[in-house]
Design a protein around this ligand. Structure first.
Ligand SMILES: Nc1ncnc2c1ncn2[C@@H]1O[C@H](COP(=O)(O)OP(=O)(O)O)[C@@H](O)[C@H]1O
Ligand SMILES: [Mg+2]
Length: 152
C-alpha cells in the first residue's frame, strides 16, 4: 500500500439506529467525489457493519466514553482517506472490548458482520489510539481486472 495520503473525510455519528444509513450516504458521497464508484457498494456494506458494531459497543460502555477526553458518550465517528489507489475506512468507538470473528451456527441471526468485512476488505484490523477507545479499520481496493489476474 503506497502513495500519498489524501484528505480525511470525517463524520460524527450518533449512537442511534439510523446512523448506519448516514454512514452509507457519507461513503457514497465521498467515493463519488473521488471517482471511486467501483468501491461504493462494498464500502457501504462494510461501513454499515462496522458502524452497527461500534454503536452497540459504544452504547454498552457509557462510563468509559465519558472518561475519554474529547469523546462524546453519544457519538462515534467514521472517516475515509486515500492512500494511493487504496481507500481506508475507519470507525471509532470507546469500547475496550475486542472485535471477534464469530463462528455462527447456520440458524444464528448474528455473528456474520465481521465475516463479511473479512471477505470484502483487502485487509482489516483494529488498534487503540493514544487518546482512548478503539479504531476498527479496513482497506479497500479494486479487484484486479480479469486480464491482470491471468497475466504472469
Ligand atoms: N467495535 C466493536 N467493539 C467491541 N466488540 C466488537 C466490535 N465489533 C465487533 N465486536 C465483537 O465481535 C463480535 C462479532 O461481530 P459481528 O461479526 O459483527 O457479529 P454481531 O454484530 O452480529 O455480533 C460481536 O458480537 C462483538 O462481540
Ligand atoms: Mg455486527
Amino acid at each position: 500500500m503506497t502513495g500519498a495520503i489524501g484528505s480525511t473525510q470525517y463524520l460524527k455519528l450518533s449512537v442511534f439506529p439510523t446512523s448506519p444509513y448516514y454512514a452509507r450516504v457519507h461513503v457514497r458521497r465521498v467515493l463519488e467525489s473521488w471517482h471511486r464508484d467501483d468501491l461504493i457498494e462494498t464500502a457501504q456494506l462494510i461501513a454499515s457493519e462496522l458502524v452497527s458494531n461500534a454503536i452497540t459497543a459504544h452504547a454498552a460502555c457509557p462510563d468509559t466514553a465519558k472518561a475519554i477526553p474529547y469523546a462524546d458518550p453519544d457519538q462515534i465517528w467514521m472517516d475515509l482517506y486515500r492512500m494511493g489507489e487504496t481507500v481506508v475506512l475507519r470507525v471509532w468507538d470507546a469500547s475496550p472490548l475486542t472485535p471477534v470473528v464469530r463462528d455462527p451456527a447456520p440458524d444464528d441471526e448474528n455473528g456474520r458482520g465481521l465475516h463479511l468485512v473479512d471477505l470484502l476488505a483487502t485487509d482489516w484490523g483494529y488498534y487503540r489510539p493514544t487518546l482512548g477507545g478503539k479504531i476498527v479499520w479496513c482497506t479497500l481496493a479494486s479487484p484486479p481486472s480479469p486480464r491482470e489476474a491471468t497475466e504472469p
